[in-house]
Design a protein. Structure first.
Length: 208
C-alpha cells in the first residue's frame, strides 16, 4: 500500500519542481526580451562632439562622427538645452539616480582641451543662455520626472541635499568662467513662464 502513495507523492514533487522551473524560465525570457539595446547618438550643434546613450558601450561625451568616434568623458549627460559651449568649456547637465531612486541633475563643465570634468553645482539644471549670453541654470528643484508633488522619497532626498533646503534659485553664470554673476529666488522656476522670464531677456532686464 505504501508504494502507490510514494509514487503519487514523488509524481507531485516532480510536477511541482517542473512547474517552478518552467516559471523561472518564462520570467527570465520576458526579462531578456525587455532588455532592448539602446544606442542613440546626439551631436552638439556647432561642434564635433556628441552625447551618446548606449547599453552596448559607455554612455557619455564622444568626439567624432557617429561611426568613427572616441569617448571623452563617461556619464549620462543632457544634449538639448542642457548643453552650452563657450570656447573650450562645455557646460552639461549630468543626470544620476540616488540610492532611493530619485533622479537628480548636476551642472558640470568639461574642459575640452584637457578632457577634465568639473562639477560646478549639485542639484542644478542648465536651462540655456539668456539674451545677453549668460548661462541660466536652476538650482534646488526636483526634476519633473520624479513627480515631487506625490513622491515621498523626494522629501527624504532633500534631507541629504543642502541645495534642496534653500528653495529654488535661478543662477546667471559667466560662460567664460562659470562664476555666478547674479542670482534670484524663484519657486516657480520650473514653470512654462521660465523662457519668457529669463531666457528671452538680457541680464540687465532681469535685474530690473
Amino acid at each position: 500500500m505504501r508504494s502507490p502513495k510514494l509514487s503519487v507523492n514523488t509524481f507531485l514533487l516532480i510536477l511541482l519542481i517542473f512547474g517552478g522551473f518552467t516559471f523561472f524560465i518564462t520570467v527570465l525570457i520576458v526579462r531578456m526580451a525587455d532588455r532592448t539595446p539602446v544606442n542613440s547618438f546626439h551631436p552638439i550643434e556647432g561642434t564635433d562632439y556628441a552625447i551618446r546613450y548606449s547599453s552596448l558601450e559607455p554612455s557619455g561625451l564622444y568626439q567624432g562622427s557617429e561611426n568613427v568616434n572616441s569617448l571623452v568623458v563617461e556619464g549620462s549627460f543632457g544634449f538639448d538645452w542642457g548643453a552650452a559651449l563657450e570656447g573650450e568649456r562645455l557646460y552639461l547637465n549630468e543626470y544620476g539616480t540616488s540610492n532611493m531612486g530619485v533622479m537628480h541633475s548636476d551642472l558640470v563643465c568639461v574642459n575640452l582641451a584637457t578632457k577634465q570634468k568639473e562639477t560646478l553645482f549639485t542639484d542644478a539644471i542648465l536651462r540655456g543662455k539668456c539674451a545677453s549670453g549668460e548661462l541660466v541654470c536652476v538650482r534646488g528643484v526636483f526634476l519633473p520626472a520624479n513627480k515631487p508633488e506625490s513622491n515621498v522619497l523626494c522629501a527624504f532626498y532633500a534631507l541629504t541635499a543642502p541645495a534642496m533646503n534653500d528653495g529654488a534659485e535661478v543662477l546667471f553664470l559667466d560662460p567664460a568662467t562659470g562664476e555666478i554673476v547674479y542670482r534670484v529666488k524663484d519657486d516657480g522656476a520650473m514653470t512654462d513662464a521660465f523662457e519668457a522670464r529669463y531666457l528671452r531677456r538680457t541680464l540687465e532686464e532681469v535685474r530690473q
